[in-house]
Design a protein around this ligand. Structure first.
Ligand code: HGY
Ligand code: MN
Ligand code: MN
Ligand code: MN
Length: 402
């Protein structure tokens, strides 16, 4: 990582570089209300208060740092600090530190905002603990049923409701927060790009035009658990074999589609012993496409290709989360792009809290080039020059918007 220490709050990426390192996978594992993420919340609070911002966590676990009195019609910059398992250093934190840096620069220049301004850190953007991405922004905006959310569980069986209590929240209050949402006049998220778009465009920055439709499905396979050595091959009902066929079916269906992307990145066997034929296997499907119809079509094709029955197993596919195609307000995007000297517009296959908020408040995104084109991986990267270009862009936009 470049030495950012010369650059104000961008040094923040340096400061948190040791928090939540995943020694097994490499990169970072920082999951909602667990030690690393709690450490990052403390770091964010300390950094924001050093800028004189008033920090407050809302009923859904999202943390707001206010420059001036909260709302209405606030300019809110934000992103997230949680990560996927083994995630990169920039996905989320770059947006947060860049927002703090832009505020710091305006303050240092004696700029007096004409409207409220906040930096917002969303909870559980990756869905790495409770399985639903953008959980904090979905709860805030009412894009998920609060009762459904409360019952979500993590890998150790702890429910969101139970974890919320540990985090000092009242689980009964999880859910739509019109007071908080109503304060947002415009939401602006800066984020490291997670594909090759800006490499191919040869540009450091872009404004977001759209986000692919995307969702998550739980594929469950049930068979007959048994002893690995005492059970002949004939007559086995092995759900791991059914899952293996399903994973190949995912690949076949996506390749046969018109550009859908489908991934199985997580699989769990019960009971998970080396010398045990599993009784059940669960594989999680992440499917995305340019349109809602195409995304749902590839999932239907995958479901149709599951030949679990020939392994003597049963298979079920259950939808766990869904976000239809997001199109950002083209006029707002064009206005911001023009203010920044005419930066390009770019669609993305990565979901973001901005994609959830766009349904409720004026929202825009800025992408910062990632020269590796790799994300959700320790190889995710952004150069110092491009990080600074992102901060300059936020500085310019805030001067115009505030
Ligand atoms: O999964 C996504 O696209 C995002 O990184 N949460
Ligand atoms: Mn991500
Ligand atoms: Mn992200
Ligand atoms: Mn034994």
């Amino acid at each position: 990582m470049p030495d950012l220490s010369a650059h104000g709050v961008l040094a923040g990426l340096d400061e948190i570089a040791g928090t939540g390192r995943d020694l097994r996978a490499g990169g970072y594992s920082r999951h909602l209300w667990q030690s690393a993420e709690l450490e990052l919340r403390d770091w964010f609070t300390e950094r924001a208060e050093r800028l004189g911002l008033a920090v407050d966590t809302d009923r859904n676990g999202n943390t707001w740092a206010w420059w001036g009195a909260p709302g209405p019609d606030a300019v809110v910059l934000g992103s997230h600090l949680d990560s996927v398992p083994g995630g990169g250093a920039y996905d989320g934190p770059l947006g947060v530190v860049s927002a703090l840096e832009a505020v710091a620069r305006l303050q240092a220049a004696g700029f007096v905002p004409g409207r409220p301004c906040a930096v917002l850190v969303f909870a559980e953007e990756e869905g790495s603990r409770f399985g639903v991405a953008c959980l904090g922004s979905r709860l805030l905006s009412g894009a998920i049923d609060a009762d459904v959310a409360r019952k979500l569980t993590d890998r150790s069986g702890i429910s969101l409701a139970e974890a919320a209590v540990t985090a000092g929240l009242d689980p009964a209050h999880l859910g739509p927060d019109q007071d908080a949402l109503g304060r947002i006049g415009i939401f602006l998220e800066l984020h490291v790009e997670q594909g090759r778009g800006l490499i191919d465009l040869g540009a450091p920055l872009a404004v977001a035009s759209s986000i692919l439709a995307h969702g998550r499905w739980r594929m469950s396979f049930t068979g007959q658990g048994n002893h690995a050595g005492a059970t002949l091959m004939a007559g086995r009902r092995d759900p791991m074999v059914a899952a293996a066929h399903a994973i190949l079916a995912v690949q076949e269906a996506a390749l046969a589609s018109t550009g859908a992307r489908a991934t199985v990145g997580r699989i769990e066997a019960v009971p998970g012993g080396t010398n045990v034929i599993p009784s059940a296997v669960t594989a999680w499907l992440d499917a995305r496409a340019e349109s809602d119809v195409e995304a749902r079509a590839v999932v239907a094709d995958i479901t149709g290709r599951l030949q679990a029955a020939h392994t003597g197993c049963t298979a079920t596919v259950v939808e766990e989360s869904w976000t239809g195609t997001v199109t950002f307000d083209p006029e707002l995007a064009a206005r911001l792009a023009l203010t920044l000297g005419g930066i390009p517009a770019l669609s993305t296959g990565a979901g973001h809290d901005a994609g959830v908020l766009a349904a409720r408040v004026p929202t825009a995104m800025l992408f910062v080039r990632n020269p590796t084109g790799i994300s959700h991986s320790p190889e995710e990267f952004a150069t110092l020059a491009d990080c600074l270009a992102g901060v300059e862009a936020l500085d310019t936009l805030l001067r115009e918007l505030l």
